[in-house]
Design a protein around this ligand. Structure first.
Ligand SMILES: CC(C)(COP(=O)(O)OP(=O)(O)OC[C@H]1O[C@@H](n2cnc3c(N)ncnc32)[C@H](O)[C@@H]1OP(=O)(O)O)[C@@H](O)C(=O)NCCC(=O)NCCS
Length: 236
């Protein structure tokens, strides 16, 4: 169990540059706290102690601002950055290493259920491994967001998203096909990760100017040396 907890904490540290120590994460991160509530609530839920499961889940919501239904299936190292306002529905499924920002909903679109048979029907989305969902995004219905896909901030996703694709807008559409993706590992906020040093192009420009000036000086020196050639050398 301690190895699992350490794994969860390390997953948060790997994705939040602001996290400085495991102790800080354990003490201050709602993402870590809500998973403790969720695992406990789910334990009761799976043993058909539904009321107790919901009650513990609501305490988790009170403490963190994150509402996870005890029936939701959550993989390893889920990171919910900032947390407040996140809602994860009963039949939602989340793979490993998924990142959600604040105000994300993994919700249903179907009306309320009126029988146990309907209750078990999948109504909420599935997020495969490595998905990043930007702040305020709403992912609605029994759809699948493919592995490593990215959902832009404030998007409303109502259709399946292919793996490695970025979608934005309302309704969400692909803005970046998978063959254009350059991100191979997690980058905070889901950006493409063009993190090259902005000083490099400036230094390159200066270097080419210095080269041009050096060449011009050599030309001028050659001209001057030609003019200053001694008369004896000229007559020869
Ligand atoms: C969608 C996202 C992942 C794309 O990042 P990116 O790979 O760096 O892509 P770019 O910024 O180059 O944007 C690509 C295109 O999508 C548009 N776009 C980016 N994010 C958008 C969004 N949330 N909604 C609508 N359009 C968006 C850009 O304007 C650009 O359009 P263009 O090609 O017409 O110019 C990123 O913009 C995003 O929304 N990340 C979530 C960040 C977040 O939630 N932060 C909270 C931190 S607390």
């Amino acid at each position: 169990m301690f190895r699992t907890l350490r794994d969860e904490i390390d997953g948060i540290m790997a994705r939040d540059p602001a996290a400085r120590s495991r102790f800080e994460v354990a003490l201050n991160y709602p993402s870590f706290h809500v998973l403790l509530f969720h695992r406990t609530a789910q334990w009761f839920w799976r043993r058909r102690m539904f009321l107790l499961g919901r009650w513990i889940s609501q305490w988790g919501r009170f403490w963190t601002g994150i509402e996870i239904h005890p029936g939701a299936r959550i993989g390893k190292r889920l990171f919910i950055d900032h947390g407040m306002g996140v809602v994860i529905g009963e039949t939602a499924e989340i793979g490993d290493d998924v990142t959600l920002y604040h105000d994300v909903t993994l919700g249903g679109t179907s009306p309320s259920v009126d029988s146990d048979a309907q209750r078990n029907v999948k109504r909420h989305p599935t997020l495969e491994d490595g998905v990043i969902v930007g702040s305020g995004a709403q992912v609605l219905g029994p759809i699948t967001v493919g592995a490593n896909a990215r959902v832009g901030a404030n998007a409303v996703v109502v259709r399946d998203v292919q793996p490695n694709v970025t979608v934005t807008g309302i309704p969400a559409k692909a803005v970046m096909p998978k063959d254009k993706r350059t991100v191979k590992k997690f980058v905070a906020y889901g950006t493409t990760g063009d993190l090259s040093d902005p000083m490099v192009p400036a230094i390159e420009a200066l270097r080419s100017q210095v080269n041009a000036l050096t060449e011009r000086i050599e030309e001028l020196e050659a001209e001057r040396d030609g003019r200053e050639e001694p008369p004896a050398a000229k007559s020869a």
